[in-house]
Design a protein around this ligand. Sequence first.
Ligand SMILES: Nc1ncnc2c1ncn2[C@@H]1O[C@H](COP(=O)(O)OP(=O)(O)O)[C@@H](O)[C@H]1O
Ligand SMILES: [Mg+2]
Length: 249
Amino acid sequence: MTNTSHLNATSEKPVIQLREASANYGGLRILHDINMTVMPGETLAILGRNGAGKTTLLHALFNMGPTLSGTIEIKGQTISHWPTYRIARLGMALVPQGRGVFQTLAVHESLRLATLAKTSRDKALWSLERIYNEFPRLFERRHSSCAALSGGERQMLALARALLTQPDIIVLDEPSEGLAPLTIDDMLVGKLRFLASEGITLVLAEQNVSMALKVASRAIVLSAGHIVFDGSPQALLDDSALHQQHLGI
Ligand SMILES: Nc1ncnc2c1ncn2[C@@H]1O[C@H](COP(=O)(O)OP(=O)(O)O)[C@@H](O)[C@H]1O
Ligand SMILES: [Mg+2]
């Protein structure tokens, strides 16, 4: 059972479902027959070494790049041939690897731009005011250039921009990459736990296993484009052989 136990379990439908999904770049198969389900409110960690296929899997969810086969459903809609913007409007936001923040804008401008995106909801849950309340550091830095932000601040900005599109699913690609250990513990883990407590479904690709397992309710391990584990964080921690074979450096 996940932290969605307050919901009626019988009425729950997956928000993300992949059946025999494969992804190719050119003629090269990167992901092989992926079966994966994400329930509303889950925090799913997708773990694996560099090159395992984590980013390709996240991009497949948004039909961003790889050629797809099999079935990928987001909120019950088969999205394989949809353009990325239309998938995002289902209420799913991507925080890309490297954070995808415009360098030349001021923080406030960058956030205001994000509020202009067309969303799936009539009523905005996340206003600029609420963002500044939850991310006081961004309020302090609102007149700074995005290029002047620290790595942690930039990750917070990327998260805030995602929230302003009013998503109920946020997909994050290696959010801890390049951050100092203290920043990961103080800032990132806390914010991700907060978002999960707000009921947002999180899908988190990470090489940083210990960080990811601090927030995840479930974990998947990818190895050379195959799922080699799908289960609880505790079961993964207990499986030291799998840990060494597929996650060790
Ligand atoms: N645009 C692309 N064109 C061709 N091959 C790619 C492309 N993107 C990724 N790959 C290949 O797919 C494999 C998985 O990469 P990726 O999904 O980025 O892994 P990860 O995010 O787990 O580090 C790697 O072998 C990589 O070289
Ligand atoms: Mg990657």
